[in-house]
Design a protein around this ligand. Structure first.
Ligand code: NIG
Ligand code: FE
Length: 413
């Protein structure tokens, strides 16, 4: 089965396979081909180039993209889309003046979601979660990472991870799973963190690794949640079982979590709203991708990750949604890209690099997703007619997507 996209106004993010991510000033460049064609064969990108060289052989399907652009689908490297219920009542509490921290201290927050999830059947959890996966695919996401962390018991963490596995097996986009048992301390372990950490290390990690339910291990390294020493303990256990770190750090306070991530060769360190100079320094010349989550900053009214400072220091940066019921009830990568430009002063080119190729790297998918590269999955966004790529983040809130193609097939409802 072959499809020819022809007369593409601009083919965006064209890279050869040697590029796994872009950093520093290189993020300002978004390689494109104007007036281009692209051929999809058996779900993969098979050929592309300038219309002057467009193949004349007939193909099963032709898409005339006159006036429209084609770019790789968004790579959302940080989500929690498997959850039960919602936290709308806490949203209202925050409107009335309570802080995220105050709500968590009263037993709300992550523990609220954990109680709901523990009472929800695996089937119902799958049904609720698949709606969100389908929603983000319609919004242009073509690769996603999903975390556990609302189970907080052996059985419920396994239940969440089985749901992630079922989503992975049922949908055509790449899905990566991260085990986040150390997301919050269950209330009956209060004052006894080490006992909960032992449960994670001695029971959860071995069971999850044996059942191959996760590739990555995550922890919420934050004041009031887990310390740097806790983080090292969890990452050490993960390492013994081949789980690679992708961790939550520096959301509210900087306590050395970035350094712990670098020490354990984390694939990514995520959030980074509060960054000291030494945290930026620690990330230089490493393979660890910093990940910013601007929708979380927007929703919680907390600082935005200092993207300008980080990119100007030569670092790479990825953008992701953090889609979850508490801090970011939105999985819209189009909004993330706009917000990164509007609030974090990233250029459209930087933001698109961060949301595609760098996002793919941040979930170990740089060989399959994130750029227009021969052999990668043909997961593509076909835009509505637009004059230039910068118009997409500029006109925030409008839907610029004509169609989303996954493995070369349109998935529009
Ligand atoms: O990435 N920060 C920790 N975890 C999630 C939010 C958890 C929640 O409030 O449910 C996050 O923001
Ligand atoms: Fe998160």
């Amino acid at each position: 089965m072959a499809t020819l996209f022809k007369n593409i106004k601009e083919l965006i993010q064209v890279r050869d396979e040697s590029v796994s991510f872009v950093a520093g000033t290189a993020m300002k460049t978004l390689p494109t081909i104007k007036n281009a064609y692209l051929v999809v064969e058996n779900g993969k990108i098979a050929d592309y180039g300038s219309m002057a060289d467009c193949p004349t052989t007939s193909m099963e399907e032709t898409v005339d993209a006159t006036g429209k652009m084609v770019l790789p689908t968004w790579c959302d490297s940080h989500t929690h889309i498997v959850y039960a219920g919602n936290r709308e009542s806490e949203f209202i509490d925050r409107i009335h003046g309570l802080s995220y921290e105050e709500i968590a201290n009263r037993g709300g927050g992550i523990l609220n979601s954990a109680r709901t999830l523990q009472e929800t059947s695996e089937e119902a959890l799958y049904e609720q979660s698949k709606v969100r996966l389908e929603e983000i695919m319609q919004l242009g996401t073509g690769a996603v990472e999903i975390k556990s962390g609302y189970g907080l018991t052996v059985n419920s963490e396994l239940k969440m991870l089985r749901v992630i596995k079922r989503l992975k097996d049922s949908y055509p986009i790449p899905v990566k799973a991260s085990f986040l048992g150390a997301h919050a301390l269950p209330s009956h372990y209060k004052g006894n963190t080490s006992k909960y950490l032992d449960l994670i290390v001695n029971e959860m990690v071995p069971k999850i690794a044996e059942a191959k339910l996760a590739e990555y291990i995550d922890i919420f390294c934050e004041t009031g949640y887990f310390t740097v020493a806790d983080t090292e303990k969890i990452l050490e256990a993960g390492k013994r079982y081949g789980l690679i770190p992708k961790i939550h750090v520096n959301q509210f306070t900087a306590i050395g979590g970035v350094q712990a991530g670098v020490k354990y060769h984390a694939l990514s360190v995520d959030h980074l709203e509060i960054m000291r100079d030494e945290d930026i320094e620690a990330l230089k010349n490493t393979n660890t991708m910093p990940v910013a989550l601007p929708s979380c900053s927007y929703f919680l009214s907390i600082p935005y990750t200092p993207a300008r400072k980080m990119i100007d220091a030569g670092l790479p940066l990825a953008l992701a949604t953090d889609y979850n019921p508490g801090s970011t009830p939105s999985g819209n990568m189009n909004f993330v890209v706009s917000t990164a430009c509007i609030k974090m002063k990233m250029t459209p080119e930087e933001a698109i690099n961060a949301a595609t190729i760098n996002g793919a790297y941040a979930m170990g998918l740089e060989k399959e997703a994130g750029s227009i590269t021969i052999g990668k999955q043909a997961n593509l966004i076909l835009t509505k007619p637009v004059n230039s790529i910068g118009f997409i983040p500029y006109a925030f809130g409008s839907n610029h997507i004509d169609s989303v193609y996954i493995k070369g097939k349109a998935i529009n409802q």
